[in-house]
Design a protein around this ligand. Structure first.
Ligand code: NAD
Ligand code: UDP
Length: 335
């Protein structure tokens, strides 16, 4: 008997696919909705290999309200895990309307369907970017959000958080859990799932892997003159399997109203330390060159993960070294 039926939007994507595998293994029935703009349908085969069940798949765009209603009409979902969205920060600066339309517009369609068909529990993929610039690098859920966000991408996350809060005010039966991720990295231990974007990546880890594969000549390190111990930027990298488990823990503790949790390790790692961790795991030298700072980068931020530990009993178990090894395994499997 299934423990409940979950619709995972963006479920063929990087974080959604890992979470789907965890949900199935924990006894939930999962259906995936994705328009495949940044993922591949073969991911379904890989989820089936890992979890033993092939999730039902809807090739649907969240912006297509009619098709979306069709999914909910027959769905009977208990909960939605909402990962679907565009996520390239730089691209969002160049194409803000596309980001607002896809991320905010898509979420409004989703919430309208949820309301119409009586599915009132949603777990949303937000980001540490909603905190913007703060006085201290350790971000805690009680800090203000929205004030100093540098990209349209980040603003879509903030706007969606606000929309979700408003929906729970208007309808007290809605339960919303907002998860603010720090920097997800790594891959499934089987090597079957990992980050495999359709477009040229912008994030550090997929770029390191493209350099490792020889598809990009070198890693350009954005600045070594920050006020950090080694001069490069410091981030809180969280293994994607820990992140997936955080979703499960959060979903199982949902109640009415809004709950917000940081999902991060609480520890900072610099870009130079990431390069060293890659070299240790692979045994190969990574070609690197320091160039100037990237516009909009903050020197350092990491999570205060205390609330998730206290309320959800969740904390990270895996390390940056584990993430490097799992990502290299994914690289070999998908080569
Ligand atoms: P991803 O691109 O791998 O997955 C997102 C999926 O959503 C893709 O499969 C894409 O095809 C799908 N999608 C996009 N727009 C859609 C639409 N209109 N209709 C249907 N499907 C659509 O990204 P990810 O890294 O797995 O991120 C998942 C979520 O987590 C995103 O909302 C992202 O903004 C958020 N997030 C990611 C990070 C990160 O660094 N990876 C950090 C913080 C938050
Ligand atoms: N970074 C880098 N070179 C790259 C991509 C990223 O030096 O080609 C650095 C970037 O400046 C940041 C860190 O790696 O300090 C993580 O960047 P990412 O874009 O993955 O995450 P974010 O900055 O959004 O937290």
């Amino acid at each position: 008997m299934s423990k409940g039926k979950i619709l995972v939007t963006g479920g063929t994507g990087y974080i959604g696919s890992h979470t789907t595998a965890e949900l199935i293994e924990a006894g939930y029935e999962v259906e995936i909705l994705d328009n495949l703009c940044n993922s591949k349908v073969e991911v379904l085969d890989r989820i089936e290999k890992i979890a033993g069940v092939r999730p039902k798949f809807y090739d649907v765009d969240l912006r297509d309200a009619e098709k979306l209603a069709g999914v909910f009409k027959s769905g009977g979902f208990d909960t939605v895990m909402h990962f679907a969205g565009l996520k390239a920060v730089g691209e969002s600066v160049e194409q803000p309307l596309r980001y607002y339309e896809n991320n905010v517009g898509g979420t409004i369609n989703l919430l309208e369907c949820m309301q119409e068909y009586g599915c009132k529990k949603i777990v949303f993929s937000s980001s540490a970017t909603v905190y913007g610039v703060q006085d201290t690098p350790k971000y805690v859920e009680t800090m203000s959000t929205g004030g100093t966000i540098s990209s349209p991408y980040g603003k879509t996350k903030y706007m969606i958080e606000e929309i979700l809060k408003d929906v729970t005010v208007a309808d007290s039966a809605f339960a919303v859990t907002i998860l603010r991720y720090f920097n997800p990295i790594g891959a499934h231990r089987s090597g079957l799932l990992g980050e495999d974007p359709n477009d040229r990546p912008n994030n550090l880890m997929p770029i390191i892997m493209k350099v490792a594969k020889g598809e990009i000549g070198e890693l350009t390190i954005f600045g070594d003159d920050y006020p950090t111990p080694d001069g490069s930027c410091v981030r809180d990298y969280i293994h994607v399997v820990d992140l997936a488990e955080g979703h499960l823990a959060a979903m199982e503790q949902m109640g009415p109203g809004v709950q917000i949790y940081n999902l991060g390790s609480g520890a900072g790692t610099s870009v130079f330390e990431m390069v060293k961790a890659f070299e240790k795991a692979s045994g190969a030298e990574l070609p690197c060159r320091v160039i100037g700072r990237r516009a909009g980068d903050l020197a350092e931020f990491y999570a205060d993960p205390g609330l998730a530990k206290e309320k959800l009993g969740w904390e990270v178990k895996l390390t940056v070294d584990d993430a490097m090894e799992d990502t290299l395994r994914f690289l070999r499997t998908s080569a």
